[in-house]
Design a protein around this ligand. Structure first.
Ligand SMILES: [Fe+2]
Ligand SMILES: [Fe+2]
Length: 181
């Protein structure tokens, strides 16, 4: 498998961990009204500053290269490209709602937005993993992958990379809590 495809797949695993943390927060709010707004702020900030800036644009390039090689897959590609826009808009409106909320007493709108975000993000990654990545693996050449690779400056992931940004340490702790308990 191309190294780029490996990396995109690993990023899906990472995003899934964050989505699981968000889902736990929703459950906690629905069970006992408690929700960690700061943790959700950190995660949405990360999503806007890493996956939205580096994961989706890399995929966009893969999709564009694939579009020319497999006409049948075009509707799927168009859906996924559109999802990227909606996911970005949803993450920014999440962040607006988080700025508006002073405490957790009135988090209904936030919880609704989170639920929609989680559902779209999961179904989006499922389609990429089930349809797009296998086709890309099959049809893209070394040259194509090189093109995707050189289209981007390498940027280390601030949560899942080698150096964890101080502002995101809580996110990582919450994932570790999630995995150990
Ligand atoms: Fe995507
Ligand atoms: Fe993706």
């Amino acid at each position: 498998m191309s190294m780029m495809l490996d990396k995109l797949h690993q990023e899906h695993i990472n995003i899934t961990k964050l989505i699981d943390v968000l889902e736990k927060q929703i459950n906690s709010y629905q069970e006992n009204g408690s929700i960690n707004l700061q943790l959700i702020r950190d995660i949405s900030d990360y999503i806007i500053h890493y996956p939205d800036l580096y994961h989706h644009p890399k995929e966009d390039l893969v999709f564009e290269l694939l579009r020319h090689k497999d006409k049948q897959i075009e509707p799927v590609i168009n859906r996924l490209l559109n999802d990227h826009k909606i996911l970005y808009e949803s993450a920014t409106s999440l962040s607006r709602e988080l700025n508006r909320l002073k405490d957790s007493s009135n988090a209904e709108i936030l919880v609704k937005q989170l639920k929609n975000y989680i559902a779209l993000s999961r179904s989006h990654m499922d389609v990429e993993e089930a349809i797009l990545f296998p086709r890309a693996k099959e049809l893209l050449t070394e040259n194509d992958w090189q093109q995707v690779e050189t289209g981007f400056n390498y940027v280390e992931d601030p949560v899942f990379g080698k150096v964890i940004y101080k502002q995101y340490e809580n996110i990582l702790n919450s994932i570790i809590d999630d995995e150990t308990g």
